[in-house]
Design a protein around this ligand. Structure first.
Ligand code: CA
Length: 130
């Protein structure tokens, strides 16, 4: 499984990626929306972790752009109090969200659940697994 982490705070971004790698996932990192779109256009990912608060193209707009080109599962990373943004993120096609600050076990649980759900969806749609 290969994941893309999009978060402009480099330390947090690397930290998330490191924890994913320790759990056996491949994880790439990206610190801005435009670069993320370029990566998504050429690379294949099984899941995207997308921070809502990004400079330039923000998480909600980025989510909509990703959905124009891909059905890759998206988990939004949001801060407390961003309820309206969270809702619009889900409306833009995000599959789930995690509220910051979050622990590694919650993040991994949400990643697993979202991957499992997208896998089931793929199978029920009759497309090939992986
Ligand atoms: Ca951020």
């Amino acid at each position: 499984m290969r994941l893309l982490v999009i978060e402009d705070e480099c330390d947090l971004c690397e930290d998330i990626a490191k924890k994913l790698r320790l759990s056996g996932y491949e994880a790439d990192t990206c610190v801005d929306g435009e670069a993320a779109l370029e990566l998504l256009a050429v690379e294949k990912y099984d899941l995207v972790l997308l921070d809502l608060m990004l400079p330039g193209l923000d998480g909600t707009a980025l989510c909509r752009r990703i959905r124009e080109q891909s059905r890759v599962p998206i988990i939004m990373l949001t801060a407390k109090g961003e309820t309206a943004d969270r809702v619009s993120g889900l409306e833009m096609g995000a599959d789930d969200y995690i509220v910051k600050p979050f622990g590694v076990s919650e993040m991994l649980a949400r990643v697993r659940t979202t991957l499992r759900r997208s896998d089931r969806l793929r199978l029920s749609q009759g497309s090939q697994k992986d």
